[in-house]
Design a protein around this ligand. Sequence first.
Ligand SMILES: *[C@@H]1O[C@H](CO)[C@@H](O)[C@H](O)[C@H]1NC(C)=O
Ligand SMILES: *[C@@H]1O[C@H](CO)[C@@H](O)[C@H](O)[C@H]1NC(C)=O
Length: 292
Amino acid sequence: MHFSNVANVFVLPALAQAAALTRVSNYGGTASSKTEMWVYKPDNVKANPALVVVIHSCQSTAQQYFANSKIPWHQGSDAGGYITVWPTSPNSGTCWDVSSSKSLKRDGGGDSTAIANMIKYAIPQYNINATRVYVTGGSSGAMMGNVLAATYPDLIKAVSVYSGVAAGCFVGQGVAQWNNACSGGTSTNTQAGWAKIAEDMYPGYNGTRPKMQIWHGSADSTIAPQNYQEELKQWTGVFGVTMTASESKFNTPEASYTTSNYGPNVQGIYGQGVGHSVPSHLKVSEAWFSLP
Ligand SMILES: *[C@@H]1O[C@H](CO)[C@@H](O)[C@H](O)[C@H]1NC(C)=O
Ligand SMILES: *[C@@H]1O[C@H](CO)[C@@H](O)[C@H](O)[C@H]1NC(C)=O
């Protein structure tokens, strides 16, 4: 008797159909950046699903980030029936270009434009509800999340970034350059100064902007914690609210974290004693995105 073999006949086709992270070779647009697009469509996609773009850190890729247990957006996608897009950086060391003028302006053709092109491709292709497009990322991916919020505010409803820097803080002469002053926390500015840097990436834009949720750890020795303050200054400046929190909740969402609201559109979550990068808090980021 070969019952085990018989069972395999039925099991194998089911496995072959299971959702998997898949490369989209031609997502269109005219960016010179060769950023790769990967997409994950869970088995049970909701009608008019939401889209979350999940942006990896340096020395990672779409596939590695997708498989990283500290970045559980793949599981969130399965449970919530929404689509996730995972870009892979084309740059040496796979840091994102958050330094060159190509990426730090709308339609400059750099990595930010390439990721915007993925969003534009995904909306009709996967029948995405265009008012429910969200961006998250860690470290270099968080820096790119801030840059996307400044360059493509019209495409994105909300952003949740872990351990990044303000848009424009990593500015440099070339593509994907490291910026020691910014990473060290000495590139500081006023609210108005940071707001202008963000607004100048898409001059004249007067539409709605994504809500910003900013995470950082006090023990971050890669991207100095001062960058948490600089990011909050940037987005409170853009939204025209003060840097005095309208509400602060201690030990929220867990022990040693403080959640501070600056009106409805800016939220900071600071982890005391937490290093680089703050792990994804899926449920808290999903709630910021009104997911699922
Ligand atoms: C798209 O999302 C918005 C906001 O959640 C919702 O009000 C609207 O009904 C959705 N549209 C469709 C077609 O599902
Ligand atoms: C906002 O920008 C659009 C397009 O640039 C322009 O047509 C419109 O008049 C602007 N609205 C306001 C209130 O400035």
